[in-house]
Each structure stands twice: as C-alpha cells, then as structure tokens.
Design a protein around this ligand. Structure first.
Ligand SMILES: NC(=O)c1ccc[n+]([C@@H]2O[C@H](COP(=O)([O-])OP(=O)(O)OC[C@H]3O[C@@H](n4cnc5c(N)ncnc54)[C@H](OP(=O)(O)O)[C@@H]3O)[C@@H](O)[C@H]2O)c1
Length: 285
C-alpha cells in the first residue's frame, strides 16, 4: 500500500477525469477536483471540489496548494480548444510542491503538454489513450429511439479502451514510482469492428440493434446536422476512414502498469446497458 497522497484532478467532471477521481479514491488517496462551476459538479462524497479555470492560471493557485500530484487535460473549452496557458500552470504547480503530473494527450500539439515535459523537478507521464469506449454513448439516442446505429466505415477496427483503465493508469502513475518520463499508449484488450460493438451492446441490453452502413457523404451530412464544425468532421473522417495503426493495435499497457487486465467492451456495455434501453414512461396516478 502506497502512502496517502493528495492529488488535484483537472477535467474531473469529464469522461476520463471522473475515472481518475474514482481510481484515486479506490486506492485510498485524497482527491481535489477542479471544475469551472462547483455548484453544478456532482462528484463522489469525500472529494474536495474547487473552482478554477485552466484558461485563467491565477485561478489555479489556490487549487494547487498542498497537492503532490496533478492530472491535467490539455484543452479549455468547446471542441477541445488547446490550452495556451501551459507554463503559467506548471510554474505555480512546481512552486506549490507538485512532484508528479499526468497529462491526457489530446491527439495534437499542446503548449501545456510541452510545458509538462520541460518542467524541472517534476515526474511527468503522458497518457495516450486510443478511442474511448464511451464514444459508443453517441449511439444511445438512435438505439433507444429506433434500435438502430447509423455509421460509416463499419468494418474499421478499433482497440478501444475503457475509461476506467485510463483512470487506473493515471492513478498509478500519479502515486507510485517508476512511471516518470513515460508515454503510455493505453488500449483495450481486443480489436472490434463497429458490428462487433453493436452486437455487444445488443447482448448487454437484451434487444437487437440494426447497423445501417452510411456512405461517407451521408455520414458528413449526419455530423453536420448534429452541429459538428468542419474541422471536427474532417478529423472523424480521417480517424474512422483511415484509422492509424496505433488505434488498431492492442497493447498490454494497462496490465503492465496496474497489474490488472484491460476491461472488455462487454464489461463496459453491461455497465452502461441502461443508457441503451428505453425507460418506460411514468404512469400517472
Ligand atoms: N474520445 C476519444 O475517443 C478520445 C481518445 C483519445 C484522446 N481523447 C482526448 O481526451 C480529451 C477529452 O477528455 P474527456 O472526454 O474526458 O473530456 P470531457 O468529458 O469533454 O470533459 C471535459 C472536462 O474538461 C473540463 N474543462 C473544460 N474546459 C475547462 C477549463 N477552461 N478549465 C477547467 N476545466 C475545464 C470540464 O470541467 P467543468 O465543465 O466541470 O469545468 C470537464 O471536466 C481530449 O483532449 C481528447 O482529444 C479523446
């Protein structure tokens, strides 16, 4: 058992951050969670919730007081706009006594990530997850409404990762020796096509789902209708139509770092089956 440490988690109300919080708590550590709106944040009992904004580094200073570890996201607003405040967050962090930092890689260049890598006296670990299993939640509305998933490139392969495993790798890297200077590509335990994923969700919720393959043009129209900006659509086309090898290669990072096998999509689907199941309308008395 490692000694109890106090860790500041940024992005704590988000998909990955929630899991970093949960995995740190499960290991007996004290967690301070950053949010821009403490009144709206719903976090587990025992978490110290603090308000701050990564785009306004001065607001981070009180949040950094007394923590030895820091989990960072690299974005600060809508559509993952990259943060430009890197050094102005790392300097107060070092001054406050932060000794270990994990950073959730955003897939592109990042001034914040550069500042983490360059920070003297800080043990950093870059977390590079592949596609999150949670992305499948984007299908929930279509599945609930019409038992249907509409997707392009249905035979693409993905080594998608359970967010809990990203959280577990972060929690270990933030609190234990041996992970300084590492760039961890984090994957799930298997390669899945879109059809495999849909079948797995169908099994978990106990009801069939049909998979309708869209052409590229139909997919672009669907993403535009959903309000995605053109650069995001370009990214999706590239990521789904021409998935890089790293996104379709299974690695044993989770097991090596945490000592546990990476969680399967079947487990994730069982945990989220309710999101894919229509709830019966309330009966009026
Ligand atoms: N989806 C994938 O398949 C995938 C794969 C690999 C990597 N990634 C990367 O993962 C990251 C997304 O992570 P996620 O899905 O966990 O994010 P998310 O669920 O969208 O969460 C966003 C979090 O960021 C916080 N936040 C946003 N702007 C902030 C600011 N200015 N100051 C402080 N906090 C701020 C929000 O906190 P409050 O609203 O509470 O303030 C919230 O907790 C991106 O960098 C993406 O590139 C995604």
């Amino acid at each position: 058992m490692t000694q109890t440490q106090k860790i500041l988690v940024t992005g704590a109300t988000g998909t990955v951050g929630r899991q970093v919080v949960a995995e740190l708590l499960a290991r007996g550590h004290a967690v301070r969670a950053l949010t821009r709106d403490a009144a709206r944040a719903t976090l587990p009992a025992g978490v110290e919730v603090v308000q701050g904004d990564l785009t306004a580094p001065d607001s981070m200073i009180p949040a950094l007081e007394g923590v030895t570890g820091l989990h960072l996201i690299t974005f600060g607003g809508a559509y993952f706009a990259p943060l430009e405040t890197g050094p102005r967050i790392l300097e107060p962090a070092r001054a406050a006594g932060v000794r270990r930092v994990t950073v959730l890689h955003g897939g592109g260049p990042s001034l914040l990530e550069d500042a983490v890598r360059a920070a003297d006296g800080v043990d950093w670990t870059v977390l590079m997850p592949v596609e999150f299993m949670a992305n499948a939640l984007e299908w929930a509305d279509g599945i609930v409404a019409s038992d249907e998933v509409r997707e392009p490139f249905v035979s693409r392969l993905s080594a998608m990762v359970h967010e809990g495993d990203i959280g577990a790798v972060a929690a270990v890297a933030l609190t234990e020796e041996g992970h300084a200077g590492q760039e961890y590509v984090i994957t799930g335990p298997e390669l899945l096509t879109v059809g495999d994923k849909v079948a797995t969700i169908a099994a978990a919720r106990g009801r069939d789902i049909s998979l309708v393959e869209l052409t590229e043009e139909q997919a672009v129209a669907q993403w535009r209708a959903a309000g995605h900006p053109e650069d995001v659509i370009g990214f999706l086309l590239e990521a789904y139509g021409n998935t890089p090898e790293v996104g379709r290669t299974v690695l044993d990072t989770v097991e090596k770092v945490t000592g546990h096998r990476a969680r399967t999509f079947a487990k994730w689907s069982a945990e989220h089956a309710d999101a894919f199941t229509a709830t019966a309308p309330a009966v009026m008395a």
